[in-house]
Unconditional design. Structure first.
Length: 440
């Protein structure tokens, strides 16, 4: 059995949904098909929640009505059989009635998660109605019955496996098993989610739980590119990556993959393929245990980074100083990305500003604290790049004219990271494309 995950743009238009169905006809083994919400829907649902939370029900209603009109047009274009169109119409009505009811009741964190879940619930039900029109045998496996996170918001593959296997045993005759990405239940049994972009994570968790032959991530581009295609014009797909390389790229900003989606596949040795729904014959990227070659593979950028510097005379020769610094970040559940130290100062970066004020206040007890927001981490990733000849010379030679705030080299053998001001990001990515990949 394989897992095939289709992202927002792959399901977001009726003709694309039809393309997915045609891809499914070519499958020789049973597939669990994980679907995201239509592109734009989750952003809309986030806005609805934010507006309700701040008491602006009028704006929330407007977004709900626009989304509803979009879904109504979508099913009109997708379905030709009248009974199935009516069925889809009542599905759409049911979910939008729910959103209208929410406007009238008091808002809570749990309710906001219910709002966010509507996108994947709708896309999967609409897709199944289309499969019904094609008269293809299939089943919808509700993710809320098997996908869960514990009190630390971590999914447990063992419990996912137990629940999913029980469901699969009820549908042994089915070759197409559709389910929702992104949504899950939390330790309290409430509806929750795996964070933005989390459908990739769902796919990888399912693949790990059932020991799938492959986890295919179908999106709108032919695999992981060597640089961010949203910023740099000439980028090329990378044919093969190791799990370590892919994890670094996903974590440091390559949006094509959710950062958490690598570990389940890596732990359970499931190959991952990144493929293009719009160009299904393109090779894409294969991600496996070992790297096929050494050297630089790709560059990624992670935005909204905050740099914190703690300067302290007392740090001089004092053991235990870093422990005190780390304990403060641990207390506020804020992870550190980069760190560099000198005899009198520690510089580090975080990407989560939720507790910034409290963190800074506590750090001030240890020394003088400087905070710089609007920073970007640029990561150059490749198997054993830190051992690659002339790598540092090439890297800094490509960006000679741009100031670098911090450098992390040697923390991982597969990554060299630079911290730069966000305003220099685009220029750096372009110059690295030329200097490190020879692409104009
Ligand atoms: P989906 O909706 O299918 O999950 P995403 O929008 O999350 O798709 O991810 C695909 C997008 O990731 C691409 O359209 C591309 O713009 C962006 N992206 C950013 N960096 C990279 C990269 N290094 N390689 C490929 N795509 C990238
Ligand atoms: N629909 C969710 C999002 O937009 C999950 C996903 O697409 O992966 O974040
Ligand atoms: Mg995505």
């Amino acid at each position: 059995m394989k897992v095939m995950k289709f992202g927002g743009t792959s399901v977001g238009k009726p003709e694309r949904m039809k393309q997915i169905a045609s891809l499914l006809t070519k499958q020789t083994e049973p597939a669990i098909v994980v679907l995201s919400a239509f592109s734009g829907t989750t952003n809309g649902l986030v806005e609805i929640g934010d507006n309700i939370a701040k008491g602006d029900r009028h704006s929330a209603l407007q977004i709900i009505n626009n989304l509803q009109a979009h879904y109504e047009n979508f099913i009109k274009e997708l379905l030709t059989r009248e009974d199935l169109y009516n069925k889809a119409k009542s599905i759409v009505d049911e979910h939008f009635d729910f959103l209208h009811i929410i406007l009238k009741i008091s808002f809570s964190e749990a309710l906001s998660k219910d709002i966010l879940a509507q996108g994947e619930l709708l896309s999967t039900k609409i897709f199944c109605t289309y499969l019904e029109e094609l008269e293809w045998s299939h089943v919808l496996l509700p993710a809320l019955e098997f996908m869960s996170i514990d009190e630390n918001e971590e999914p447990q593959i063992g419990s996912i496996r137990t629940k999913l296997t029980a469901l699969l045993n009820q549908h042994k005759d089915k070759k197409i098993l559709v389910t929702q990405g992104y949504i899950c239940r939390n330790a309290k049994g409430e509806v929750d989610n795996l964070k933005r972009g989390g459908s990739d994570f769902t796919a990888s968790l399912i693949a790990a739980a059932i020991g799938a032959s492959v986890c295919e991530i179908w999106t709108d581009i032919d695999g992981m590119h060597n640089n961010d295609p949203r910023i740099v014009k000439k980028t090329v797909p990378v044919e093969q990556l190791s799990f370590d390389e892919a994890a670094e790229l996903a974590y440091f900003g390559a949006k094509i993959l959710h950062p958490a989606s690598i570990w389940p596949a890596q732990q359970y040795k499931i190959p991952v393929r990144l493929l293009n729904t719009m160009d299904p014959d393109a090779k894409g990227t294969l991600i496996t245990q070992e790297a096929a070659s050494a050297g630089v593979k790709a560059v990624a950028a992670k935005d909204n980074i905050i740099a914190i510097k703690i300067k302290s005379g007392r740090m001089l020769l004092a053991y235990g100083f870093l422990r005190k610094v780390f304990e403060i970040f641990e207390k506020y559940k804020t992870s550190i990305d980069m760190i560099t130290t000198s005899e009198v100062a520690v510089s580090l970066t975080i990407d989560n500003a939720t507790h910034l004020n409290q963190i800074v206040k506590e750090l001030e007890a240890l020394g003088r604290v400087e905070v710089d927001e609007n920073q970007t981490i640029i990561s150059v990733v490749g198997y054993r790049i830190s051992e690659t000849e002339d790598i540092v010379k090439k890297l800094f030679g490509s960006i000679r004219n741009i100031p670098v705030r911090m450098v992390s080299y040697g923390g991982s053998r597969h990554n060299i990271s630079l911290l730069v001001a966000a305003e220099n990001k685009n220029q750096i990515l372009q110059q690295l494309n030329k200097g490190m990949f020879g692409l104009g």
